[in-house]
Design a protein around this ligand. Structure first.
Ligand code: FES
Length: 186
């Protein structure tokens, strides 16, 4: 009966240690993953932010000059329109804004967001009644304080931060949720 002898080839790598090639492969993989995360996360963020509605640059909290107070008749709303550049992700667009400014006299000024608090229709000035009216469902607002005089709006017109410096009126434009009794900034 012939005896068989098993031949084993001695390994050049001690058991439990990794070879030079394996080490290089692991090292390259780790470095690649680090570089990919450094470069990739901002790129992914750039592409998905607009889809998530994240605005990267808005002029949300900037004071905008409306004009000189002496140009605004007392007790009557004046419509001020302006445009600003808004950047959302890769989109750059010109946004038109409207503010209703009321010179209350004695240097006091009130500014309103133009959206009706019911469903957001843009209010207009009814010159005869001197009220701010919604064209959609009969909402009527008092000029002096924005209070609801008629119709379904659940709260007064939304006032905006306003200041008068050296006779110049400035306003910070903001939007608010419509259809709620509470004034909730968007
Ligand atoms: S949107 Fe103004 S009353 Fe409905």
């Amino acid at each position: 009966m012939a005896n068989t002898i098993a031949h084993t080839t001695p390994s050049s790598t001690p058991k439990g240690a990794i070879g030079r090639r394996q080490f290089m492969a692991y090292g390259t993989g780790v470095i690649g993953a680090v570089i990919a995360s450094i470069v990739g996360i901002p790129i992914i963020n750039y592409f998905i932010s607009p889809a998530l509605g994240h605005s990267q640059a808005t002029a949300k909290s900037e004071w905008k000059e409306m004009g000189v107070i002496s140009q605004f008749p007392v007790g009557v709303p004046t419509k001020v329109e302006y445009s600003e550049i808004q950047k959302t992700g890769w989109e750059v667009a010109e946004a038109r804004k409207t503010v209703w400014v009321v010179n209350q006299g004695n240097g006091q000024v009130t500014a309103y967001n133009p959206r009706c608090t019911h469903l957001g229709c843009a209010v207009y000035h009814d010159e005869k009644a001197n009220t701010l009216n919604s064209p959609c469902h009969g909402g009527v607002f008092r000029v002096s304080d924005g209070k609801v005089l008629a119709g379904p709006p659940p709260r007064a017109l939304d006032t905006l931060p306003v200041k008068v410096e050296n006779g110049h009126i400035s306003v910070i434009y903001k939007d608010f949720r419509v259809g709620t009794t509470e004034k909730i900034e968007l």
